[in-house]
Write a protein that binds this ligand. Structure first.
Ligand code: FES
Length: 180
């Protein structure tokens, strides 16, 4: 069943410029690809009827990989102990040289979570992942794929609802407060 998602502005493509390191890294020492990351705050959800406690606004870490022409968005808070993915990294998931996905890596203890389905490499915890779409000036959704050239003024939007709700497993985000 296809669920419809609602979207929230996450800036423009130009906000996801990738810094070029002043000193190129040694390819033999570093197999990570350059990426950009931006922190987005979603609107706070409506409190449930009768509740006096406001629900915290959720922050998403939005990643862009220019070599893949693709964006990902995940809950910024690591379900393990609250690390901030915005300070983490993005890696390829590969077996025997075959790349089959991308994972976000937490900066605190290096657990990694699949950037699309949210599954963890070391536990049953699941990380909320959100859809990201790129829109041209006329509102057309632009396909994300390797080789695509996005115009800097194109809009980036993230889904307010997680796209991986159907993936089973415990989730937690410590009230949205990162452990620094
Ligand atoms: S807090 Fe993220 S791996 Fe431990």
């Amino acid at each position: 069943m296809t669920r419809s998602l609602t979207y929230f502005p996450a800036g423009r493509v130009s906000d996801y410029a990738v810094d070029t390191p002043a000193t190129p890294t040694d390819p033999a020492q570093d197999d990570s690809e350059p990426f950009a990351c931006k922190l987005i705050t979603l609107p706070a959800p409506e409190p449930s009827p009768g509740s006096l406690v406001p629900l915290p606004a959720k922050k998403l870490a939005v990643f862009f990989r220019p070599d893949m022409g693709k964006f990902w968005a995940v809950n910024n808070i690591c379900p393990h102990q609250g690390g901030s993915f915005a300070k983490g990294s993005l890696i390829d998931i590969e077996d025997f040289g075959i790349k089959w996905g991308v994972a976000v890596v937490c900066p605190l203890h290096s657990w990694s979570f699949h950037a699309d389905n949210g599954e963890c490499d070391r536990s049953r915890f699941v990380l909320d992942t959100h859809d990201v779409r790129v829109l041209s000036a006329d509102g057309t959704t632009v396909e994300q794929k390797a080789g695509v050239i996005f115009s800097p003024d194109m809009s980036v939007e993230v889904s307010i609802e997680p796209k991986n709700k159907d993936v089973p497993g415990p989730r937690r985000d410590f009230g949205g407060v990162p452990l620094e």
